[in-house]
Structure formats: structure tokens, C-alpha cells
Design a protein around this ligand. Structure first.
Ligand code: ADP
Ligand code: MG
Length: 369
């Protein structure tokens, strides 16, 4: 039976940080697992250790019952025997080799006819037909990425590792290739670990996410669940929750908690609270805040907060609005909505937030929870 990847290890860099991986798993049918975290968190180190390109000091890495790494039992399976496909961040294509030769490099040692046939198959699949004789310097960033992917999957790997595969691309190409990459990864049906620090990548590509921060795995789960309900403050910051503020629980009834942020009352679901918790952080995503000019007579939103607009700034395709509603609250909306509401500093609006969107993190909770 296929059990996929199970890994727990520690990589200590002399005079550098310690990267500790506690129980990283990717089942054979787990799809794409995103390793998400800020620069320097340890994501590349984790991929390199899994690929057999770097050596942890202790721990174990297993795949489908086969031990890849276990120094206590003196086991170390070299990279080329792990059947892992690796797409490094800079693609690492050979600049002097053609597209066809770069892809065929992944098949070295195999008969020439088999290599040729596989190159034809892969260039066709990835839309690289006609580019076989170009060198990497004569390709766009997106084409280079596809060559790197073709080389990595040429030998039908059991596990695919991709290090920030979209980070080198400009924004429009990135958007298009994100959709294509999702389709290719689904067609491959090989468990994949994909590193990114981009929320949109994680949401579009990941079936599950592993949040890595400061050399630790902080939280693992379904992407939306982890992004909407970070388990601790570190994860809330890593996943970019825009409003994170200390608050006090002043009442719990009928599954709802009332909390005070400064003097402003908010209603949240009590399910996030451990028994008797009083000191919490409230965590509200900017896209979950709805702005209206006047309070609707009927709304399902439990929180209706009169708010003064502090600033309105363009952020990519959206507008970021900072509000004062007794505490600082951030909202994201479309430029059209901002224009229709004539949002400008000083304007008074109503901020609507549903109770499930006010996420509570207990302040006493240890950060490794
Ligand atoms: P990420 O990919 O998440 O940006 P890395 O895995 O590249 O992070 O690096 C994690 C940490 O380990 C960083 O602080 C980095 O400086 C350090 N590091 C990585 N490689 C080495 C090395 N060979 N020697 C010393 N420190 C290293
Ligand atoms: Mg990296």
C-alpha cells in the first residue's frame, strides 16, 4: 500500500539557524501540499533535504515504507535513487544545452530511442513543441519553467518538489501559468510539495498547506481553513491577516462570544475559545470586511461598526481601506466599489463583519500549538 512521504528531521547550519521538521506528511493521494512561509523560514532547506541534496543531522525520511534517510540506522539513499523530481527556484537549466537536451538530461542512462520518445511526449504535453532546439537564453520565463518541469517529471517521479515555481515570472504570466501549473499537477497525479510565499499561489495550487516560520512547522491543514483560522499569532502574521489586535472576552452565550477591542464590542464564534479564556487576539481578514454607506435595515452580519475612513490606497487590483472604528480595521474592496461609495479620508461608513469571520486566538496558547 502506498503511504507516501513521512518526514521528521532537524537540519542545523553551523553558526546559522536550526530548521526543525516535525511530522511532515504527504500521502500518495494528497495532491499538492504548499509549503508557505516568509523568506528565510527554511522552505528550500526542507525541499533539499527531501530531495537528498542536503543532509539533516538527525531524524528520518521515509517514502512508501522505503527509508530515504535515517542516520541512527546509517541509512542514506542518494538523490538519484529517490525517484524525486525537483524544480529548483531558478530552474537551473543548462544554458549551453537545447530544450530537448535539457529535458533528456533527466533521462540520462536510458536508451536513446526512449529518451527521444519521452522528449516528444513532454514537449507536446507542456506546449513546448517547436522550441526543442532553442537554448534557455532564447526562451521566456514561462517557457523556461515548463522545461524545468519537463526535466523534473521525465523519469515519472514518485514525489515532485517545486521551489517557488512562479516567483521569477511577471504578474500576467504568473496568473496564466498558475492555472496551467494547477492543471499539469492534477494530470501528473503525483504527490507534490510546492514552495511559495504568495497567498494567491497557495490558494490556487494547494490542496493542503504547511505553514513554515523561523525554521518550524507552525500549522498544517486545508488551505482556506489555515488562512481563515490561524492557530497562533505567528501564523496569523505569516498568512497576512490584516487586522490582529488584543481583545478581552466579556461574555459567552449560545455559541457566541462577545469581546472588547479597546471599547468596541465584537461578536465572534465561541468555538475558537478554550474554556475560561479571557485574553485573546481577534484576527480579521481585510476581504471579510464589507463596507456600506448606511446600515442596512436587515443584515445577517452580527457586527455593524460605525467607522471613519483613515486612508484609501491602491493595492494591486484592489483598494486597501484603513478605518477607525474604535480600533484600526483594514478592508479590501474593488476600485469600483470605492468610487461608488466616494470613499475618502474622513468619510463615515458602516463596516459589516459576520461573527464567523472574527477569528479568536487565545493569548495564553503556546506558539507551537
Ligand atoms: P527559505 O527557502 O524559506 O527562504 P532557506 O531554507 O533558504 O529559507 O533558509 C533558511 C535559513 O537557513 C536562512 O536563515 C538561511 O540563511 C539559512 N541557511 C540556508 N542555507 C544555509 C547554509 N548553507 N549555511 C548556513 N545557513 C543557511
Ligand atoms: Mg527558498
Amino acid at each position: 500500500m502506498s503511504t507516501g512521504l513521512t518526514a521528521s528531521f532537524v537540519r542545523r547550519f553551523p553558526n546559522g539557524p536550526e530548521i526543525r521538521v516535525d511530522s511532515l506528511r504527504a500521502a500518495a493521494d494528497s495532491g499538492v501540499t504548499v509549503l508557505f512561509g516568509p523568506s528565510g523560514a527554511g522552505k528550500t532547506t526542507i525541499l533539499r533535504c527531501l530531495a537528498g541534496l542536503d543532509w539533516p543531522g538527525e531524524g528520518s525520511i521515509k517514502f512508501d515504507g522505503q527509508t530515504w534517510f535515517d542516520p541512527a540506522r546509517k541509512k542514506f539513499l542518494p538523490a538519484q535513487s529517490r525517484q524525486v523530481g525537483f524544480v529548483p527556484q531558478d530552474y537551473a537549466l543548462f544554458p549551453h544545452l537545447t530544450v530537448a537536451a535539457n529535458i533528456a538530461y533527466g533521462l540520462r542512462g536510458r536508451p536513446m530511442a526512449e529518451r527521444r520518445a519521452r522528449v516528444v511526449e513532454l514537449t507536446g504535453w507542456l506546449g513546448l513543441g517547436g522550441l526543442e532546439h532553442r537554448r534557455p537564453g532564447e526562451l521566456s520565463g514561462g517557457q523556461q519553467q515548463r522545461v524545468a518541469l519537463a526535466r523534473a517529471v521525465a523519469r515519472n517521479p514518485r514525489l515532485l518538489l517545486l521551489d517557488e515555481p512562479l516567483s521569477a515570472l511577471d504578474a500576467p504570466t504568473r496568473q496564466r501559468l498558475r492555472d496551467e501549473l494547477r492543471r499539469w499537477l492534477a494530470e501528473l497525479a503525483v504527490p507534490a510539495l510546492l514552495v511559495t510565499h504568495d497567498r494567491a499561489d497557495a490558494l490556487a495550487l494547494g490542496d493542503r498547506v504547511v505553514v513554515v516560520n523561523a525554521g518550524r512547522i507552525e500549522q498544517t491543514g486545508v488551505v482556506e481553513e489555515v488562512f481563515n483560522r490561524p492557530a497562533n499569532l505567528a501564523v496569523a502574521h505569516v498568512v497576512g491577516a490584516e487586522t490582529v489586535l488584543p481583545a478581552r472576552v466579556v461574555g459567552v452565550a449560545d455559541g457566541l462570544a462577545t469581546v472588547l477591542v479597546n471599547e468596541t464590542r465584537l461578536t465572534a464564534l465561541a468555538g475558537d475559545l478554550s474554556d475560561g479564556a479571557e485574553a485573546v487576539h481577534v484576527c480579521i481578514r481585510a476581504e471579510d470586511v464589507i463596507l456600506v454607506r448606511e446600515a442596512p435595515s436587515q443584515t445577517s452580519a452580527r457586527n455593524r461598526l460605525p467607522a471613519r475612513v483613515v486612508s484609501v490606497q491602491r493595492e494591486g487590483p484592489l483598494m486597501r481601506v484603513e478605518l477607525d472604528c474604535g480600533f484600526s480595521l483594514k478592508a479590501l474592496l474593488t476600485p469600483q466599489a470605492a468610487a461608488e461609495m466616494n470613499l475618502r479620508p474622513g468619510a463615515m461608513v458602516m463596516a459589516l463583519i459576520k461573527a464567523p469571520q472574527v477569528h479568536l486566538i487565545c493569548r495564553s496558547k503556546p506558539s507551537s500549538a
